[in-house]
Write a protein that binds this ligand. Structure first.
Ligand SMILES: [Zn+2]
Length: 76
């Protein structure tokens, strides 16, 4: 079982955590609202968990091109 951190825009894999037992509390999930959780966290069929984050490249792009905020996946 692994936790995969992926950029929500360019789908780049930013990091993985491998753990036999994943404690949602350790990951700070409880600090998120259930809406955020639904948006950020996806359970993959093989038992992995995907966390949608934003990579530095996309963060940069967004900062310099604020109108891209309106488009969910501007990099394909
Ligand atoms: Zn990205």
């Amino acid at each position: 079982m692994a936790i995969l951190y992926k950029c929500r825009h360019c789908k780049q894999l930013l990091g993985t955590i491998n753990q036999d037992v994943i404690d949602a509390k350790l990951l700070g999930f409880q600090a998120l609202s259930s809406e955020d959780r639904k948006e950020m966290i996806q359970y993959v069929e093989n038992g992995d968990i995907e966390i949608k984050v934003i990579c530095e490249d996309c963060q940069d792009t967004l900062e310099h091109n604020p109108h891209y905020h309106a488009l969910d996946s501007f990099i394909q």
